[in-house]
Design a protein. Structure first.
Length: 134
């Protein structure tokens, strides 16, 4: 083999090593960036879950505009989620949403929350209505 061929092979090997190293570094940097993005998303999801939990357990003002009053040191929850009402009635959530769409059950969204709520008073009225329906 001539010395020029050997030199060419060495240069090609060196270029391949440099390119591989550069590509590996770029891939590593991108993975680090994606890991950081993923962690930010996980943190955001955790924060949103905490907010949802606090919305589901916070005292919501009654329809009259008055705050819930403490009962023996505890606050009364005045609103139930659709899943809670469906579970209490032992019916599917979609069936319950059908009652809401038809106007048989009144529900609302509180404070810009995407979660639909039913007041306890409306729940009691609805249960009585269901009993009358047979």
């Amino acid at each position: 083999m001539r010395s020029s061929e050997i030199l060419l092979q060495q240069l090609v090997a060196q270029l391949v090593d440099e390119i591989s190293s550069t590509v590996a570094q770029r891939v590593h940097d991108r993975l680090d960036a994606k890991d950081a993005e993923l962690q930010k998303l996980r943190d955001r999801v955790a924060l949103l879950e905490e907010k949802v939990d606090s919305l589901e357990t916070q005292d919501v003002p009654a329809e009259t505009g008055q705050s819930a009053k403490p009962v023996d040191g505890e606050h009364v929850r005045r609103y139930l989620t659709i899943s809670e009402v469906a579970e209490l009635l032992s019916i599917h959530e979609q069936t319950l949403r059908g009652y809401i769409r038809s106007g048989d059950l009144r529900a609302l969204k509180l404070g810009g929350s995407p979660t639909t709520r039913v007041s306890q008073e409306e729940y009691v009225r609805f249960v009585e209505w269901l009993k009358q329906q047979g």
